[in-house]
Design a protein around this ligand. Structure first.
Ligand code: ACO
Length: 319
């Protein structure tokens, strides 16, 4: 050992830098996480290794996961057990550790049987850069969706601030997937939930048509697909699906971040513009509450979001 080896910083790595996430088809695409504090603690630091790399790899089609931790030296007594910490967040009997050949043969075998979800779950299709994508909304109770979500849900922790795992056995959860129609690769997923919306005693007694709130909980476009329009297409698919669902009264979003707010504003404004709402804003100020309530309910946009949209529409139309 040299004198340098007694400095703690030599044995300390940033967990955001050490963890490498990859999606593998013929080639591997590798990217870094945004957050690792749910796994490695608030300081996002790992102690006890030199030249540490933690590979978290997914088959891009079946999402079968593989973990391999590599380093040049380890402080045997004091080193953090990084593999165990990561494995707490991955499906126990499904993950393959270290043995790459075993992982490849496992996902190759799974790919033979693998099919995209049945057509009854399809809610939309879209095209980006000559590739066709299909959006499905599948109940979490569906076996294949449950298995794939258990494999990939760790990405919600790594890319969405303050995300936590959803209750896998609650039947109100549905997962929205976007898959490449030809290669079957996954481009992103969204966890959505149906909440019962209590509309007041009178409405409740008179109306047997129960109304739900559709909530977008975790929305993730996988990093190689970000910034190409997938987010807008997936959001619009969910919105249009709920708009035509008579049991859904309103669409809500759980803790949207700034980039999601931007995406949602752009999509909602496009919908309102294309439906002629920009031209129908009443001239008189303050804006008639009845118009606000009726339009907000017709487009199933929650009140706070609708008020924001009205302000933006007024700027555009120079009210
Ligand atoms: N070429 C170039 N740029 C494009 C194209 C294109 N063809 N299509 C869209 N863009 C631009 C958009 O104009 C937009 O630009 P802006 O950032 O300047 O507004 C930007 O790309 C993003 O739009 P999309 O591509 O539609 O969005 P994306 O697919 O990247 O999805 C999202 C956005 C969901 C935020 C994604 O980046 C993501 O998953 N990030 C990590 C996780 C996250 O933050 N999720 C949201 C958390 S909040 C919640 O879960 C409720």
């Amino acid at each position: 050992m040299s004198i340098n080896d007694f400095k703690p910083e030599v044995w300390t790595s940033s967990s955001n830098g050490a963890l490498k996430v990859s999606l593998v088809t013929e080639n591997a695409v590798t990217f870094s996480p945004q957050f690792t504090y749910p796994i490695y603690g608030d300081s996002e630091q790992i102690f006890g290794y030199k030249d540490l790399t933690i590979h978290l790899v997914f088959d891009a089609i079946t999402l079968k996961p593989f973990v391999n931790v590599k380093y040049s030296q380890k402080l045997d007594e004091d080193a953090d057990d990084i593999e165990a910490k990561l494995l707490e967040f991955l499906p126990k009997d499904d993950i393959i550790i270290k043995d790459e050949a075993k992982w490849i043969s496992a996902f190759e075998k799974e790919r033979i049987e693998y099919a995209l979800p049945p057509d009854k779950f399809k809610i939309s299709e879209y095209k980006i850069e000559n590739d066709e994508y299909v959006v499905y909304k599948v109940p979490l109770g569906n076996e294949q969706t449950k298995k794939m979500h258990l494999r990939i849900q760790i990405l919600s922790l790594l890319y969405i601030e303050a995300a936590s795992y959803i209750e896998a056995d609650d039947p109100n959860w549905e997962i929205v997937w976007s898959f490449n129609k030809n290669t079957k690769e996954c481009a992103g997923y969204v966890t959505t939930y149906r909440y019962w919306k209590y509309k007041g005693g009178k409405n409740f007694d008179e109306n047997d048509n129960l109304k739900y709130r559709g909530k977008i909980s975790q929305f993730l476009v996988l990093p190689p697909y970000q910034g190409k329009g997938h987010g807008s297409k997936i959001y619009s698919a969910i919105y249009n699906n709920w708009l035509t669902d008579s049991t859904i009264a309103e669409l809500t979003v759980e803790d949207p971040n700034e980039s999601f707010d931007d995406l949602r504003d752009r999509c909602d404004l496009t919908t309102l513009y294309e439906s002629g709402v920009f031209e129908s804003i009443p001239e008189a100020f303050p804006i008639d509450e009845t118009w606000i309530d009726e339009t907000q309910q017709k487009f199933k946009v929650e009140k706070r979001q609708f008020n924001r949209l009205v302000e933006m529409m007024m700027l555009k139309t120079e009210h």
